[in-house]
Design a protein around this ligand. Structure first.
Ligand code: PIR
Ligand code: CA
Length: 325
């Protein structure tokens, strides 16, 4: 079993990431940490507890950072609504928050497990992860890997160049990409163009029946209406669950190595992830010279095995529906 901490800002697609993490036999979900992103920390934390309640699961949930490290807070209310998870019915929480701050939860959990065994899965802005790496640098060596949802090497969703999780806290993203731990970047190139809730997938979820099935369909119905006019995609994107799917089955994605840098100052490109896939030394790499430069090697996700991904969602929803009955 792969041990993970899911750091999230639920968030419609974050809820599907929680579903996969909680239901899959391949995953040991050590805890959920929350971060301000899609909405305020109060709302996303309340949503995380509600989502767990709907799914009939109980894991430690620790509340995290209220806002980005340096810039002013940006939220994605135009996509996720006034609660951050508008659409489905959100029941009151059936259990209490973990008393620790998310940053301390991450540090204590990573340090309490064997080196090389805990995977961090940040699917909101990376504020908590960056703070944890700064507060306890030993976690950088100790975690197994970091599989992030965020960035894009083709096009953005919040600006032409930038993806929301990076744009909402670019300095935190810089810390995560440059820390030295193994990073896999699952960006919009994959999540917004290959991981969509197609009519076929929606029908398979509908066929399960029950309140978990209804909840999932309601999340997709809501973002389908808010995507309209904002994004040129035909069906709701299931961004965050792609990272959990890649923990369950690394072969579900293909990756290519690149040196990924976060644009912190661009006029049109702030928050862009600039990915250098080129390794030949003739090119002027970052820093303008071909030599004597740090090379941050990131595994950048390129393609998704969508059929396998869809099966994981249907299997997870079926499993939790049966467990709840
Ligand atoms: C933000 C998101 C999704 C769509 C828009 N337009 C804005 C959230 C998702 O939860 C995901 O983690 C990431 N941020 C995708 O940019
Ligand atoms: Ca998210």
């Amino acid at each position: 079993m792969e041990k993970i901490i899911l750091d999230c800002d639920p968030g419609h697609d974050d809820a599907i990431a929680i579903l996969l993490a909680a239901a899959s036999p391949e995953i040991d979900l050590l805890g959920i940490t929350t971060v301000a992103g899609n909405h305020t920390i109060d709302n996303v934390t309340r949503n995380a507890l509600s989502v767990c309640t709907v799914f009939g699961i109980q894991v430690p949930v620790a509340r995290g950072s209220e806002g980005p490290l340096v810039i002013e807070q940006v939220i994605a209310e135009e996509i996720h609504g006034a609660t951050g998870l508008d659409g489905p019915y959100l029941p009151p929480a059936s259990f209490d928050l973990d008393p620790r701050h998310a940053v301390d939860f991450i540090i204590e959990t990573v340090m309490a497990h064997e080196p090389g065994t805990v995977t961090l899965v940040p699917v909101g802005p990376y504020t908590n992860i960056a703070l944890a790496a700064r507060k306890e640098p030993r976690i950088v060596e100790r975690v197994k890997q970091v599989i992030v949802m965020g960035g894009a090497y083709t096009r953005g969703n919040i600006t032409p160049a930038a993806e929301f999780n990076i744009y909402a806290d670019p300095e935190a993203a810089h810390v995560v990409f440059s820390a030295g731990w193994p990073v896999t970047m699952i960006g919009l190139d994959l999540t917004q163009h290959q991981a969509l809730a197609t009519p076929e997938l929606q029908e398979r979820v509908r066929a399960i029946g029950g309140d978990i099935s209804e909840f999932i369909l309601d999340t997709w119905d809501f973002v389908h209406t808010t995507h309209n006019g904002l994004l040129d995609i035909p069906y709701p994107a299931i961004h965050d669950a792609c990272c959990v799917a890649a923990v369950i089955d690394p072969d579900i994605i293909t990756v290519e190595k690149a040196d990924v840098r976060v644009e912190l100052e661009g006029r049109w490109t702030k928050g862009q992830t600039v990915a250098n896939f080129q390794s030949a030394s003739g090119m002027r790499h970052f820093g303008g010279s071909a030599s004597a430069q740090t090379d941050y090697r990131t595994d950048v996700a390129i393609t998704l095995d969508f059929e396998r991904f869809a099966d994981l969602i249907v299997d997870s929803a079926t499993h939790l529906t049966n467990a709840k009955a």
